[in-house]
Unconditional design. Structure first.
Length: 269
């Protein structure tokens, strides 16, 4: 128990790791809520909080280390640059990887290399949540038959959007909150048992993992229809010294022009 815990006498509701870093029950629950938001349709969670960069930053804010959370989230994000969910299948869960790996790493004072190594198995575990929620959704989907026959759009919305949320909330918040609260103690014991040599190997492996994500991303970028845009952005930065905001504004204008021309071709056809 650290001095802060002894002084405030909150040790019964607070987990303390390595003399100073604390994890309260409320923080653990909030971390679980972050994972829920990354798995839920609210506030376009699939496109925002689902990303390890966003989830890691939010977790860092909850634990009082926003910069550390953003750095770890951004590093984990590199693994999932080429990630996509096709046909309802999900090879890994970036939301769980970014949320729980960042929380465990910050609470256990681990570096980004070990956080990357932790994120891979955690992301794989997230697929069980995905399968579980889809299994439940299949069960309740028949509840939409009656409102569909009656053309009751509100009833259809309730069955498809509202009713699955309590189960999803339970499947995401509870296990992640428990893992965030009790997990760092287990992680720290495991690392102490493994020793510095194994820890160095894990750090080395974690340093290689971002290359896999970058390679997957380059596989998509180097397609004939996409590669010209990539090199255009590269030359704008390298030779014209344009900032990232400038490149982003140029990309939005180019995308709008491409979309406008494509719509005109469709109208002519």
């Amino acid at each position: 128990m650290c001095r802060w815990c002894q002084r405030t006498r909150k040790w019964k509701s607070t987990k303390c790791y390595r003399g100073g870093r604390t994890m309260t029950v409320l923080q653990a629950i909030l971390i679980g809520v972050v994972y829920y938001l990354g798995s839920a349709p609210w506030a376009i969670g699939y496109l925002t909080v689902c990303k390890p960069l966003v989830a890691g930053t939010l977790v860092g804010c909850i634990l009082g280390a926003p910069a550390e959370g953003a750095i770890m989230g951004a590093t984990i994000q590199l693994i999932y640059l080429g990630w996509m969910s096709v046909g309802g299948s999900q090879p890994s869960d970036p939301a769980l990887a970014g949320t729980l790996a960042t929380a465990l790493a910050i609470a256990s004072h681990l570096d980004t290399g070990v956080a990357l190594t932790l994120s891979v198995p955690l992301g794989m575990l997230g697929t069980f949540v995905w399968v579980g929620r889809n299994t439940f959704n299949v069960v309740i989907s028949h509840m939409a038959d009656k409102p569909t026959r009656e053309a009751n759009t509100r009833g259809i919305w309730r069955v498809n959007v509202l009713y699955p949320q309590p189960v999803l909330l339970l499947m995401t918040v509870l296990p992640v909150a428990l893992a965030a609260y009790f997990g760092p103690e287990f992680v720290q014991s495991a690392l102490d048992f493994l020793g510095t040599r194994v820890l160095g190997i894990l750090t080395l492996i974690g340093g290689v993992l971002p290359a896999v994500g970058i390679a997957l991303n380059l596989k998509v970028i180097m397609k004939k229809s996409v590669a010209p845009y990539f090199f255009m952005g590269f030359f704008l930065v390298s030779y014209l010294g344009m900032t990232m905001m400038g490149v982003a504004a140029f990309a939005i204008a180019a995308a709008a022009l491409y979309l406008f021309n494509d719509m005109q071709k469709a109208e002519v056809a």
